[in-house]
Design a protein around this ligand. Structure first.
Ligand code: ATP
Ligand code: MG
Length: 407
């Protein structure tokens, strides 16, 4: 008997002719996320993916990792046996023995309809053998435990425990976007929402080091590492923003500074996005959450970008966002106190209704091109992989600071 994990995808089944492409991407992501564990193979077969484990030693770790990566509907540790009623029943009994008896039922899915018995007949016969051996009560309508059997051509998978995956779509299937990542609660959740939809998300963090300390950069690194557990590969850009802010202070009225910082962030993020062929920007903005996030201000921010700015949290309440942050594991890092670069040289009450003309006029005195080049020349780029390491990316850094072709 071999131990396998059977992974069922969910939304992918709706993808029509692109299905194979999505499935291959999920197979590749599963191989990557389990790369350092004892895995014999990962392969797609008849509507599901089989992960064969060389041993059960790492099962808990395997389960945790599979629960994180997008594209999986549910999965279960399964035993592969010859497709005979006897072998299927033996495997079911072995999986159930020793557990507290609860109302159960057997549920059969035949991938190969040529099997001699139809599904209800297999369910009845296997169920009867389980009752004979273990004396568990049957409840077809509301079972507390379901023994599932997938009958393939000559083999069958029998599984007793099933875990929910995170749903969504495999990362890599939804293109690429660049998320403006502060050290706060919202932006990591915004990034994760798109990661779950299959988008590969690169992160840009703006900091005012050395005017402020480097806590926000450390937080951005930690957040990048956490998000990498979901998307397996993350690029983080750390962009110095203090020099620009010093310029703003001497020429822009205090109440407009936050909005002008935000416009500059969006411009710089867009530079990076275009260079890496990303199709959108992402922010953690929520209408009405803070003074700077009114519709007028969001419009003034959009005005600085040509790429679409995705705001997946725009209509979400703070407590729901916080719950998501706890679920994905970013919350403890996000609440570490830091010195937020947006608070530098800004009043407590920024403009809540920044009229576009006023903002544009205030900005006109700044040499934006020069200031952008200056910020990009101080950029630090780090790549994080799961499982694995953090490395720098000098080639990308040179391209962004000097211009050149996209790698
Ligand atoms: P968050 O919890 O994500 O920090 P917030 O509620 O604090 O959001 P703001 O500080 O107004 O809201 O920031 C709004 C959005 O602007 C953030 O969600 C993020 O996308 C972007 N942003 C703000 N500061 C930075 C920064 N230092 N680096 C990168 N992006 C930033
Ligand atoms: Mg913030």
């Amino acid at each position: 008997m071999t131990t396998s994990v059977i992974v069922h995808y969910q939304e992918i089944t709706l993808k029509g002719r692109n299905r194979i492409w999505f499935i291959n991407m999920l197979v590749r992501n599963i191989r990557t996320v389990l790369a350092d564990l004892d895995v014999e193979h990962v392969c797609a077969l008849a509507g599901r993916i089989e992960v064969r484990l060389a041993s059960e030693t790492h099962w808990d770790e395997v389960r945790e990792r599979l629960q994180r990566i997008p594209g999986i509907g549910h999965f279960a540790k399964a035993v592969m046996v010859p497709a005979t009623v006897e072998a299927m029943a033996d495997a079911a009994i072995a999986g159930m023995r020793g557990r507290t008896p609860v109302p159960f039922r057997v549920k059969v899915h035949r991938a190969d309809k040529r099997f001699v018995l139809d599904s209800p007949a297999i369910e009845r016969q296997v169920g009867q053998r389980v009752i004979d051996a273990l004396d568990w009560p049957v409840d077809l309508k509301h079972p507390e435990r379901v023994v599932r059997i997938d009958v393939l051509m000559t083999d069958a998978f029998v599984f007793v425990d099933r875990a929910a995956g995170t749903g969504g779509l495999p990362v890599g299937s939804g293109g690429k976007a660049v998320c403006l990542l502060s050290g706060g609660i919202d932006s990591p959740v915004a990034a994760w929402r798109l990661i779950r939809r299959g988008v590969r998300v690169q992160l840009v963090h703006f900091h005012s080091y050395p005017i402020l300390n480097d806590t926000s950069q450390q937080k951005a690194r930690e957040l990048a590492a956490i998000l990498t557990r979901y998307q397996l590969k993350t690029r983080l850009y750390l962009v110095p923003f203090g020099a620009f802010q010093r310029q703003v202070v001497v020429s822009v009225p205090p109440e407009l500074r936050v909005i002008i910082y935000r416009r500059m962030m969006v411009r710089l993020a867009e530079r990076i996005a275009l260079r890496v062929k990303a199709d959108a920007l992402i922010t953690g903005e929520v209408v009405g959450q803070v003074a700077s996030q009114t519709l007028e201000n969001l419009r003034a921010i959009d005005d600085a970008a040509t790429l679409p700015i995705l705001r997946p949290l725009v209509g979400t309440d703070k407590d729901v966002i916080a719950q998501d942050a706890m679920r994905i594991g970013t919350y403890p890092t996000s609440i570490i106190p830091d010195q937020d670069c947006c608070a530098l040289f800004t009043p407590r009450h920024p403009a809540t209704r920044a009229a576009l003309d006023t903002v544009r006029r205030a900005e006109a005195v700044l040499d934006l091109e020069l200031l952008m080049a200056e910020a990009l020349s101080g950029i630090v780029i780090e790549e994080t992989r799961f499982p694995g390491t953090v490395t720098g990316n000098d080639k990308m850094r040179r391209l962004l600071t000097r211009g050149g072709t996209t790698p």
